[in-house]
Design a protein around this ligand. Structure first.
Ligand SMILES: C[S@@+](CC[C@H](N)C(=O)[O-])C[C@H]1O[C@@H](n2cnc3c(N)ncnc32)[C@H](O)[C@@H]1O
Length: 291
């Protein structure tokens, strides 16, 4: 386990993932009823942008930094994300820290909502516990995120969101993620799921989507964002996000948010995006249903 998100915090992939996470949470918080957020791969929770990792890659500068420095207005759909980032990261002389998904989530959740965060790396799990462990209705699980997913669903709240954001250090991560997701959907088909993956090997992504799509019991969107053309084996050039049961606000925001992000974050005009809708398997065309 060598992955350290401190090298990548606030990059273009985080921008898309976290902006979508915030829109989902805004939607869930519209009703008084409590909800659960389960973050299966939580990371450290907060990242020092002056630290050696962030300074070495400058990925935050090319990601969230560009949004905050943008001269024109940003899309309205980015408002909850940008507001939380500014509040948590400080804006005086620029952003000093970048909030990870558990901190963003807890910030947009209410007192009645429950947050569970799994993080396998002991040092990262301790950082998370120090940051959020004392918060009521928040639990840090220092163990495998897929095991926590299996143990916790369906949640008693019957409302909520699962974020699956693994580091993709293992060659079989796509298969492990698909297995975990299929099991989770069998137990809880009505939750919102945000599933992150890198666009590095297009064939692996295509196999993952082809495996999952025919089994999906719910509507899904697949969004991609590339900041330059994807070349196998290179540093991350593109990101994918699968959203199961996307809330209305997110589904309506993405068609304008994605092109704006591609233009703003793309390198030398080379940004691109896509948005695909997957119909639930049960909604086969008329005539295909068994008699
Ligand atoms: C991409 S980072 C998470 C970033 C975080 N979700 C965010 O958006 O701020 C992936 C994290 O998963 C952790 N990890 C690796 N294997 C894991 C596992 N099997 N279960 C839970 N966490 C794991 C890594 O230590 C790393 O901190």
């Amino acid at each position: 386990m060598n992955y350290d998100h401190a090298f990548h915090a606030g990059n273009f992939a985080d921008v898309l993932k976290h902006a979508c996470l915030c829109l989902c949470l805004v939607h869930l918080a519209k009703k008084d009823k409590p909800f659960l957020v389960l973050d299966t791969h939580g990371g450290q929770g907060r990242f020092d942008l002056a630290g050696p990792q962030a300074q070495r890659t400058q990925e935050a500068a090319a990601g969230i930094g560009r949004l905050l420095a943008h001269p024109g207005p940003c899309p309205e759909s980015l408002a909850p994300y940008l507001k939380a980032v500014r509040a948590l990261g400080g804006t005086g002389t620029g952003l000093r820290a970048y909030p990870g998904s558990p901190l963003l989530a807890r910030t947009l959740m209410r007192a009645q909502d429950r947050l569970v965060v799994a993080e396998l790396h002991p040092v990262h799990a301790r950082a998370l516990a120090a940051l959020l462990g004392r918060h009521p209705r928040t639990r840090i699980e220092p163990r495998d995120g897929y095991a926590v997913l299996k143990a916790l669903l369906p949640p008693p709240e019957r409302r909520g969101l699962v974020l699956i954001d693994p580091p993709f250090e293992q060659r079989d991560e796509f298969q492990a993620m698909a297995r975990a997701l299929k099991g989770a959907l069998r137990r809880w088909a009505s939750g919102t799921y945000l599933v992150w993956y890198p666009l590095k090997e297009e064939a692996a992504v295509a196999a993952f989507l082809a495996d999952l799509a025919p089994t999906l019991p719910c509507p899904a969107l697949v969004a991609t964002l590339r900041v330059r053309p994807v070349t196998a084996g290179e540093r991350l050039a593109g990101t994918g996000l699968m959203i199961l049961n996307p809330p209305h606000g997110l589904a309506t925001a993405l068609p304008s948010l994605l092109p704006w992000l591609a233009e703003t974050l793309g390198e030398g005009g080379a940004g691109s995006w896509s948005l695909e809708s997957l119909a639930p398997a049960a909604a086969a065309p008329r005539g295909d249903a068994p008699a």
